[in-house]
Design a protein around this ligand. Structure first.
Ligand code: SF4
Length: 262
């Protein structure tokens, strides 16, 4: 793979947060997905996230009542969440926590401006596409809300950032990038960036910080440059990630080899 340059192909790409994240997870996964353009298989965690996202969208659009959403959840869970969970306990936890959220779903503390808003924009000349789960308004200020199946921890009050603070910062990058789209369309950045971690459930509100905004844009620029310059696209084999998170594992000879050795 090393002698071929994919840069001309990569330079024509429109970027998204998941496209960059896929490379960070495993360069070979990125190669299979975005260079070879192979079709990935259904995976439990991503199917689950998409299904609950859709139900939340229907609620905020006013298209379904809470009771109707519960019916859809129970009726369609099996057909919409096709991938295999790591074990029955994980399946049970996800099923129950999702149902519990849908049963008690309530409006966010903001007026709705948009739901699942597609944003096509540029960040320092890099074409980018994203979907803002919920854009809200309160007292003339804008709020970006992201629905997450992953349960994040609110920021600690510690002087030295904890591991969970660092994780929160990593997830916030996506919302800071989307803030550039908000700024371009509405002439101002959001007042706060929020995570609706619906399985907990916990609602995290992070005040918008100019420094983190600048760092996120820099991170995007550096990530795109790094991927464009990549030649090897080496696999990063790790059991849980390859088995339960990577939709390309059916195409991956490195994963298959590692399975034989187990
Ligand atoms: S199965 Fe693992 S090594 Fe293979 S592409 Fe996916 S993440 Fe990478």
């Amino acid at each position: 793979m090393g002698e071929i340059s994919y840069a001309p192909l990569i330079e024509d790409m429109v970027w998204s947060y998941s496209r960059i994240k896929a490379f960070d997870d495993c360069p070979y996964r990125w190669y299979l997905k975005y260079i070879r353009r192979l079709h990935g298989k259904d995976m439990f965690f991503s199917d689950y996230g998409s299904f609950v996202h859709k139900l939340i969208e229907l609620y905020f659009l006013g298209e379904k009542t809470r009771d109707e959403l519960c019916d859809i959840y129970l009726r369609e869970f099996k057909s919409r969440v096709k991938g295999h969970a790591p074990n029955p306990k994980v399946f049970g936890n996800y099923f129950k926590s999702g149902l519990n959220y849908i049963r008690n779903i309530a409006p966010f503390p903001y007026n709705m401006v948009a739901v699942e808003k597609r944003v096509d924009f540029e960040v320092d000349g890099i074409p980018f596409v994203g979907y803002i789960d919920f854009l809200g308004e309160k007292d003339g200020e804008l709020y970006v809300v992201d629905n997450k199946s992953r349960t994040l921890k609110p920021r600690s009050a510690r002087a030295k950032p904890t591991k969970t603070d660092e994780e929160l910062d990593a997830y916030l990058r996506q919302l800071y990038i989307y803030s550039a789209a908000v700024e371009q369309e509405y002439g101002k950045t959001p007042k706060a960036l929020c995570f609706n971690c619906f399985r907990a459930p916990v609602f995290i509100v992070e005040p918008f910080q100019e420094q983190a905004y600048a760092e996120s844009k820099k991170w995007l620029e550096e990530s795109v440059a790094r991927i464009t310059a990549e030649a090897d696209f080496k696999p990063d084999v790790e059991y849980f990630k390859c088995t339960h998170l990577c939709e390309m594992n059916g195409h991956c000879e490195f994963y298959k080899l590692s399975q034989k050795k187990r």
